[in-house]
Design a protein. Structure first.
Length: 104
């Protein structure tokens, strides 16, 4: 019986799809889907820049698979607007609040 992959936000279950996967040492790495086994409900994951001997089969509902964007947000910082980070916005808010309190 052929199974259908789950609808998981941020992960498209197709060969070549980019995601993050957790290895056996519990570290997260960028990876992509190499193959899909629709009978078993599994995906073959290749960790980027690793030898293919480390490729691993995961159930497609595994908690050890997640969208790639999570690590990018941590590395790049959240951006509220183009060219302005959240920390810049909080600093600007503090300055405006200080001005309001001084004028009151």
């Amino acid at each position: 019986m052929t199974k259908h992959p789950p609808n998981r936000r941020g992960i498209s279950f197709e060969v070549g799809a980019q995601l993050e996967a957790r290895d056996r040492l519990k570290n997260w790495y960028p990876a992509h889907i190499e193959d899909i086994d629709y009978e078993e409900g599994k995906v073959l994951i290749h960790f980027k820049r690793w030898n293919h001997r480390y490729d691993e089969w995961f159930c497609w509902d595994s908690p050890y698979l997640r969208p790639l964007e999570k690590i990018q947000l941590r590395k790049e910082g959240l951006h509220a607007e183009e060219g302005s980070s959240v920390s810049n916005k909080s600093g600007q808010f503090s300055n405006e609040l200080g001005q309001l309190l001084r004028t009151s």
